[in-house]
Ligand binder design. Structure first.
Ligand code: FES
Length: 81
């Protein structure tokens, strides 16, 4: 009986965590590629200008001509990390 109650509480907690995850911005490190940002974010450029975006691919190879965004240069550079 105790195990069933504990199992129900754990399942309830899992549901709460899954509900919360829906609201989180996620950043995924793509293998040999950019950082994939999913969700609403405010990007503040080096000059202070702000840009609202609903996700982005951010360069992590350093080769993009359109930093901070990925322009696909990682493929040409053979970026592997
Ligand atoms: S990660 Fe794509 S250009 Fe740098």
């Amino acid at each position: 009986m105790m195990c069933l109650l504990l199992k129900a509480q754990i399942n309830s907690l899992k549901n709460v965590i899954m509900e919360t995850d829906k609201d989180l911005v996620t950043i995924t490190v793509l293998k040999a590629g950019p950082l994939l940002v999913k969700g609403p974010v405010k990007l503040i450029h080096a000059d202070g200008t702000e840009e609202g975006k609903n996700g982005a691919h951010l360069c992590r190879c350093g080769g993009s001509a359109n930093k901070p965004f990925c322009d696909g240069s990682h493929v040409k550079l053979g970026f592997e990390k």
